[in-house]
Ligand binder design. Structure first.
Ligand code: DGT
Ligand code: CA
Ligand code: CA
Ligand code: ZN
Length: 578
């Protein structure tokens, strides 16, 4: 059983308990699901290698849940789960994927209308049955229909950041086949799109048939659609389709280039070849019958008179023109971050202590980390008021001293994730905000305001000179919640005028702001930060996917303030972002 599958069942347990009105357990299972999802290693390997005790080290997993995970690994189920599933036999993950549909609602929908899955739900809504239920109305019925539309648009695409560890594992296993020389996942994974539709794997080998035999025997595979001599198509257990193609090493570069895409980039590139009277396809670049290039991507771009283009830029949105005139930006690199400016701890809704978070950040190679717990209007997180914030600041001073004394080269910064109210006001007094090193402000409620109201609200927050960064600007959750409506150009102008930084939240299903907005910031000279939004010590690895997003938005080191050394970054914030 993969981590994805385990997390799915744990999350389902959380929802089942919530339907039953059980206290505390929903939160516990939800936390455990997050913990499992964030692991770099397969739970089943952890269990196999080190036994059940080791399961307790997974963030959010206590004795009871560890035992349930053990049963899942051994038998694929555990009694409480089976019992609750019998009682409410519905497809919870499918139904709760609809925005605005939660566990309590699912229970009523099942009890009153026998709704078990998405199809039932859509039918009932179209037949106007839902509006007649007590405590539902036409408004909730309309909302459900809109939610279903939204789901259909996202169409089974999965969030890359969550499944990247699994994809890498798959890649590693194929690379380890004795007959395989190179293996790499191309397609949207290599371009680091936010979500991916399927997985395109490319390998080189002299004996493709043997590679195919080994591939279909891998444990990840749920179903084989078609197995050929050089191409095999399968469905993985995580629900995604994957294709494996084996090519000779002479055309590895050409095949990699072709299957990395994007399609639009490929087409434009092929046209450039045609203009020279040449031909480009997945086998190579040809002048008449003679192969000009094909072994590596670099030689193909070079032969076409272009600089090498990073996969994250290959969307045919201007990169080819820049490659031709040798004006491509030098993108921020995967090792370039020096700090993280948004993290939550167990002072509010995070899993871990300030010290544990700091040590994990240090291990991730960072030199500074801002602690930005939620503030008081987010009551369910135990958000800080002024008093609690001041207390935390004193605690951070102590921790910095202690870390320094024991030779740790990392600095903890004082921060907060201040809540932006409906009218743009903040829920912490300026006299306290002034004392913080990093003030992030963010929208966590009133997602449905009009574009004008929403824009005005954020502008007002940016105009507070104590606000340094706007966290996760649009509030979207990929595949779950639409972004708020804003006038992005007006916001970027205001960010420029007020010296406010816009965050690239690296949490895999946020990736907020999106690549298109990042490019606008780069063009306008508005600075950004790339933050993990970590709620656990295991979340710093998400920074990588934030860097991917920044690269997709053509950002360089100069655009990202936490790619700068501490003193430069702090100096910039002190001067009000200038
Ligand atoms: P996805 O899977 O929807 O997340 O996106 P991709 O980009 O991985 O697309 P996919 O899997 O359909 O195809 C993989 C690559 O193969 C794609 O990025 C470019 C190339 N490709 C696919 N279809 C065509 C085509 O009709 N023409 C050209 N030139 N290239 C194509
Ligand atoms: Ca693909
Ligand atoms: Ca494909
Ligand atoms: Zn937040």
């Amino acid at each position: 059983m993969s981590n994805q599958e385990i997390a799915k069942i744990l999350r389902e347990m959380a929802e089942l308990y919530e339907m039953e009105g059980v206290l505390f357990k929903p939160r516990a299972y939800e936390k455990a699901a997050l913990g499992v999802e964030a692991l770099n290693k397969e739970v089943k390997d952890i269990y196999k290698e080190n036994g059940p005790k080791e399961l307790l080290k997974i963030p959010g997993v206590g004795k009871g849940i560890a035992f349930h995970i053990e049963l899942l690994l051994k038998k694929g189920r555990f009694p409480e789960y089976a019992k609750l599933k019998r009682k409410i036999p519905v497809n919870i993950s499918e139904l709760s994927a609809v925005e605005g549909v939660g566990p309590k609602m699912i229970k009523i929908l099942y009890k009153k209308l026998k709704i078990k899955n998405l199809k039932d739900l859509e039918k009932a809504a179209l037949l106007e049955k839902i509006r007649k239920l007590p405590r539902f109305g036409q408004k909730s019925e309309d909302k459900i229909l809109r939610g279903i539309e939204f789901l259909k648009k996202s169409g089974g695409r999965q969030v890359l950041g969550f499944i990247l560890p699994e994809i890498r594992n798959l890649e590693k296993m194929i690379r380890a086949f004795p007959e395989v020389k190179e293996a790499i996942v191309a397609g949207s994974t290599r371009r680091r799109k936010e979500t991916i539709g399927d997985i395109d794997i490319l390998a080189t080998s002299k004996t493709p048939k043997k590679v195919m035999d080994r591939f279909v025997d891998l444990p990840f595979i749920a179903h084989v659609y078609a197995k050929g001599g050089t191409k095999t198509m399968v469905k993985l257990k995580n629900g995604l389709d994957a294709d494996l193609r084996v090519v000779p090493k002479e055309s590895y570069g050409a095949a990699l280039n072709y299957f990395t895409g994007s399609k639009d980039h490929n087409i434009a590139l092929r046209e450039m070849a045609i203009k020279k009277g040449w031909k480009l396809n997945e086998y190579g670049l040809f002048r008449r019958k003679k192969k000009v290039a094909g072994r590596t991507e670099e030689e193909i771009y070079k032969a076409l008179g272009l600089n090498y283009i990073e996969p994250e830029m290959r969307e045919n949105t201007g990169e080819l023109e820049l490659a031709k005139t040798r004006k491509l930006p030098k993108l921020i690199g995967y090792g370039d971050l020096k700090g993280d400016l948004q993290t939550q701890t167990n002072w509010t809704d995070g899993e871990d202590s300030i010290e544990a978070m700091t040590k994990a950040a240090h291990e991730a190679g960072l030199e500074y980390i801002a602690i930005t717990d939620h503030t008081k209007s987010l009551a369910m997180t135990g958000g800080s008021d002024e008093k609690k914030l001041l207390k935390q600041m004193a605690e951070i001073d102590k921790i910095n001293k202690k870390l320094h004394a024991s030779g740790f080269k990392i600095r903890v910064l004082k921060g907060a994730e201040v809540n932006i109210g409906k009218d743009g006001s903040l829920d912490i007094k300026n006299e306290v905000l002034k004392k913080l090193d990093v003030v992030g402000a963010a929208v966590h409620s009133h997602f449905k305001l009009s574009r004008t109201e929403q824009t005005r609200r954020i502008i007002k927050a940016m105009e507070n000179p104590n606000v340094d960064i706007i966290f996760h600007l649009t509030g979207r959750i990929i595949n779950r919640r639409e972004p708020i409506e804003i006038d992005i150009d007006e916001i970027i102008q205001t960010a420029k005028r007020t010296g406010t930084v816009l965050e690239i939240d690296a949490y895999p299903d946020r990736l907020d702001i999106k690549d298109e907005y990042i490019r606008k910031c780069v063009e306008a000279g508005v600075k950004m930060s790339i933050d993990s939004d970590a709620h656990s010590a295991s979340h710093f690895k998400f920074l990588e996917i934030g860097i991917s997003q920044a690269r997709r938005g053509w950002a360089t080191k100069a655009d990202i303030i936490n790619a700068w050394p501490l003193e430069k970054m702090l100096g910039f914030l002190k001067k009000g972002g200038r």
